[in-house]
Design a protein around this ligand. Structure first.
Ligand code: TRP
Length: 372
């Protein structure tokens, strides 16, 4: 139907067909039996139940290793190019759920090097500054300091470099060009970079001196990096990392991925004040009709509505209430103004709490950050 969309770590465009993406990438959908296995170990997170984390590689193997008592480590990351927005925090909250449920250690990579190399306008100092700023948002989500290591690439490179060069030696330029869609104009740092994103998959194994399985919760746009990693992992003496992939949270302006760089007003940042956040929510794209009369008669369309999507992704964790909202929208019982106001209340409660925790995080940075 639509062949037009593209998803790579460096370019997301078009109207993404997530089922088709599973085919293209060669991943597996998370099915009911896998979800039942999760249910043996703890609550099923709403993002799993609702198919937001919907695809995986070897997640069944990770659960088997856990059930055998081997355990596993978690790894995720952030490219610090600007402030954190709500969409970024989705995979991180899921990572926290995994950490809490499986008591797993988390390695959190801040790729200041990557963002410097990929963005013309960003200096290395700025990327580093954003890394420290973003670390506050990560810490504020409540990760366990005893089980979480956060690091900037430029500050942990001494530890990572030997493994990065071993990885790099096994990766051909032709692979990188094909996987990421690069051409001759890409700088050579960006060509090398995937080897740096590979290393944290193995940091726990290196630290323990034995092979430890690694699970990466991430947006599905990051999968291409780890396809490369999986191809070389065993050749380096490690397990292939397993992955669990999320759909990309739509922006308030409609279906496309939330982006810091495009439309500021369609994106709610974790540090937005009440007035700013409210304005953004009240201007969101909805599935409403042109007039109140028509909407009362015909109902709205929650499937295309950013406000409904926000409820689905995070802000209405209660399935019964979400189903009610869906029904009330379709029947014309609830109008967009009220629906937005209700969403805003939930968002502001979330942000207010986050901003408090973020202040406290300033005193906790050294409990989380590791350096060479
Ligand atoms: N490249 C990612 C980005 O630009 C950051 C990142 C590094 C990452 N390691 C990761 C994301 C592991 C998910 C999982 O945002």
């Amino acid at each position: 139907m639509n062949e037009e969309f593209e998803v790579t770590p460096y370019s997301v465009s078009g109207d993404i067909d997530y089922d088709e993406l599973v085919e293209r990438f060669g991943t597996k959908k998370i099915d009911d039996s896998l979800m039942e296995r999760f249910a043996r170990h703890g609550p099923i997170h709403p993002m799993l139940r609702r198919g937001i984390f919907y695809s995986h590689r070897d997640l069944d193997w990770i659960l088997s290793e856990y059930e055998k008592g081997t355990g596993f480590t978690l790894y995720t990351g952030r490219g610090p190019s600007g402030p954190v927005h709500i969409g970024h925090t989705m995979p991180w909250m899921f990572a926290k759920y995994l950490q809490d449920t499986f008591k797993a250690k988390l390695w959190f990579q801040l790729t200041d090097d990557e963002k410097f190399m990929f963005y013309d306008h960003l200096s290395l100092e700025e990327a580093k500054k954003w890394a420290y700023d973003n670390a506050l948002d990560i810490i504020a989500l409540g990760f366990d300091p005893d089980l979480t290591n956060i690091f900037l690439d430029t500050e942990y490179i001494g530890t990572m470099y030997p493994t990065a060069v071993r990885a790099a030696k096994k990766i051909n330029f032709s692979t990188i060009r094909a996987v990421f869609g690069f051409d001759n104009s890409n700088n050579i740092g960006s060509i090398f970079f995937t080897s740096i994103q590979t290393v944290p998959c193995f940091l726990e194994s290196i630290a323990q001196g034995r092979n430890v399985p690694c699970l990466i919760p991430c947006g599905i746009d990051q999968d291409p990096h780890f396809r490369v990693t999986r191809d070389i992992a065993e050749g380096l003496g490690f397990y292939k990392p397993a992955l669990v992939h999320a759909k990309l949270m739509p922006s308030l302006g409609g279906s496309e991925k939330m982006s810091t760089s495009t439309k500021m007003n369609d994106t709610i940042f974790m540090t937005d004040d009440e007035k700013t956040a409210k304005k953004k929510v009240m201007n969101a794209f909805t599935g409403g009709r042109v007039s109140v009369d028509e909407q009362r008669k015909e109902g709205g369309d929650p499937e295309i509505c950013a406000v409904y999507q926000y409820n689905l992704y995070h802000f209405e964790p209660d399935d019964t209430k979400l189903a009610q909202l869906h029904a009330d929208c379709k029947s014309g019982k609830i109008l967009c103004g009220e629906c937005k106001a209700r969403l805003f209340e939930k968002i502001w409660k979330f942000l207010e709490h986050h901003q408090l925790e973020r202040e406290k995080a300033k005193d906790k940075v050294n409990d989380f950050l590791i350096r060479d």
